[in-house]
Every structure is written in C-alpha cells, then in structure tokens.
Design a protein around this ligand. Structure first.
Ligand code: PLP
Length: 362
C-alpha cells in the first residue's frame, strides 16, 4: 500500500528527537504561548527572511486574521483563485467580504495574472494568490497590478512552505503570508497549526492582538479578537521539522522530477514555469484517462486523489453568486487533474512502480 503522504515514516525517522521535545514541553507546562512558540516564530522568521512570524491555530485562521489585520471587511471584494481548498474563500467570507474568482493557467494551476485587471471593481481591496501545490504564483506581475490599482496582496502559502522566487520566500513578498501546519503540509505538525509572516511591524502587532482575545496587555481588551494560538507542543514538533524543511522539499522535488521523466510521454506532467522554485506539495497531472488511471492505481493499492474535483465557483455554498460564471480553464483542469503520492520519504522504486501501473493503462 502506498499512501498519498506517509506521516508514520516521517515520525519514526525523527521519533527520538520529537519525543524528547514533547516531553520537555510537558515538563515545562508553559502550554499557551510558551517558549517553543516564541522560538519557532523566531526560527521561522529567520528561515523565511521576514521581520515577523506570528503563529496561530490553523492555516484558515492565518488567512482570516491576516485579512482582518489588513482591514478587509463587509462590502469589500477580494480576488482569488477558484482552484484551491475551500479555506481560502471561507476566510474571505468570515470578514464579510466577497471572494471574486479569476480563472487559472492550465500549465501552473495558479491564478492567471493577465485576467486580474478585468475583475477589478471599485470595491476590490485585495488579491489573495494561492501558491497552489507548492509552485509560487507570479508575484512580480501581481505586484505591478496591485501597485497600479492600490490593492493589498495577501499570500496563501498553505502549500508552499519553503518555496521561493529568487531569494525571497513565499510569505515574505506580499503584505502578509498565511501558512498552514496541517499534518500533511510540507511542514506539518501533529494537529492543527498556522502562522502569518509579514515584513510590517504594524501588521504583526495587530495580528498578535487579534490571535489573543484582542488583548495586548492581559485583561485589557481593545478590539474583539479570537482564541487562535499555536499549541506549545505543536511548536516543539515544528521546531524539529523546520530544521529539515530544505531536505524535505528537495526530496519532494526529486520525486516529482522522477515522475516527470517516467510519465511525460503519457500524461501532462506538472509544469515548472521557472518564476520560482516549486516545492511540490502535490504532484498533479492532467489526463483524459483519469478514471482508468485511478482505477488501475487503486487496484494495486496505490493511493490517488483529485485536487480539486469541484472548483470553488461551482460549489453549492457559492452557487447563488457564481452559478453563471464560466471559468473554462479551471473547469477543464478540474475534469482532468489527479494527484499521485508524493512525500519526502517516497523512494525511487515506488515512483517507478506507480509509473509502470500508469503506463499499463496506455
Ligand atoms: C490546507 C490549506 C488551507 C487551510 O489550512 P488549515 O491549516 O487546514 O486550516 C488553506 N489554503 C490552502 C490552499 C490549503 O491547502
């Protein structure tokens, strides 16, 4: 059996160190905003080259808090991708703003920067690009659009921890970057966790207040905030894994490139546009033989999945507003995409085995 991601293998390879750090956190009993949280924020900020990293309870909360701290609220429109996990759009809705979906590019699955300007209205306040599957969106093209129209840029980095454009990491380019430490993400903890990165001092201080009941000084509350903090035990685990993130991401790239070599004559393999370094949170192919390939893989106990079968503009929850919207590239991609197992510990023999099953379908 080959899973989409093997969390057991990663845990067992780091077990001694992780267990020690968890035990230390238990012995310390400083469970809320304790020393591991502070250290993890500092280490993440240093690694990602940002002035501030503010942790919180999940990637969804990271998006929500970043939008709030940016002043997004009722009546505002936020432009984003329809080809992403629901949380991207949910967070926009939590603030009272409206997500506006712009079509993607078939080769990278990222929002098509050339279509953004046509979607801008007097209500547009921000653009929320998603570095989908780990490939950085074209942040340089977006920066010039944002500057011209005075829009804020907030990055969804839930799938792109460690990805970079030149020497800038995703999450340090826009006004804020929103990270998720959901267990299966490139940097994952053993439950839920999230973080916002920013170069802005003001943004960081708003975020620290918002994540902790609207309070800067204990029992003095200036705004309505939230209970959204990263657990001390999760931070202890994340510190162990953060030290290995470069190696994890390099191994994801090894797996992806091996798949590319073996599959490129059969299916459309994921394209790296060269704008940034792709960290392959998912390895997603396009094929007209999707059903057959999925069946063949399942028959051989190889996990497979469709990310994402229903684009956000066609989800029931948004149907009232976007039922008539046509986003042809996204719709075609949703019909043809499928993802294969990828994780740092996946061996080349397994990649070859998976590729040979796919080849047998042709
Ligand atoms: C996982 C994910 C999120 C949400 O993160 P959680 O930590 O699960 O709340 C947001 N956006 C994208 C693109 C994701 O993949």
């Amino acid at each position: 059996m080959i899973p989409m991601v093997d969390l057991k293998e990663q845990y067992h390879s780091l077990k001694a160190e992780i267990d020690t750090e968890i035990q230390n956190a238990l012995d310390n009993t400083h469970f809320i905003l304790g020393p591991n949280v502070t250290a993890f924020e500092a280490e993440s900020a240093a690694y990602l080259g940002v002035n501030h990293a503010v942790s919180c309870a999940s990637g969804t909360d990271a998006l929500h808090l970043a939008l709030l701290a940016a002043g997004i609220g009722p009546g505002d429109e936020v432009i984003t991708s329809p080809f992403t996990f629901i949380a991207t759009a949910e967070a926009i809705c939590y603030t009272g703003a409206t997500p506006i979906f712009v079509d993607i590019k078939a080769d990278t699955f990222n929002i098509d920067m050339e279509l953004i300007e046509a979607a801008i209205t007097p209500r547009t306040r921000a653009v929320l690009p998603v570095h989908i599957f780990g490939q950085p969106a074209d942040m340089r093209a977006l920066a010039s659009i944002a500057e011209k129209h005075k829009l804020l840029v907030i990055e969804d980095c839930a799938q792109s921890f460690g990805a970079r454009i030149g020497d800038e990491f995703t999450g340090g380019i826009g006004m804020a970057g929103c990270h998720s430490f959901f267990p299966s993400k490139n940097l994952g903890c053993f439950g839920d966790g999230g973080m916002i990165t920013t170069q802005s001092d003001d943004m960081a201080s708003s975020l620290k207040i918002l994540r902790n009941h609207g309070s800067e000084r204990r029992y003095y509350h200036d705004v309505i905030g939230y209970n959204s903090r990263l657990d001390e035990i999760q931070a202890a685990i994340l510190r162990v894994k953060l030290k290995r993130i470069e190696q994890f991401n390099e191994n994801r790239r090894r797996v992806a490139h091996h798949y590319n070599d073996l599959l490129k004559d059969l299916v459309t393999t994921p394209q790296e546009d060269g704008i940034g370094v792709h960290v392959f949170h998912q390895y997603t192919i396009l094929t007209e033989k999707r059903e057959l390939i999925m069946q063949a893989l399942s028959d051989e106990q190889v996990a497979n999945a469709i990310y994402y079968p229903v684009p956000l503009h066609q989800q029931t929850v948004f149907r009232d507003k976007t039922a008539t919207q046509r986003l042809p590239v996204t719709e075609r991609v949703s019909e043809q995409c499928m993802s294969l197992p990828i994780y740092p510990e996946l061996g080349n023999e397994s990649v070859e085995h998976i590729a040979s099953i796919i080849r047998s379908v042709f």
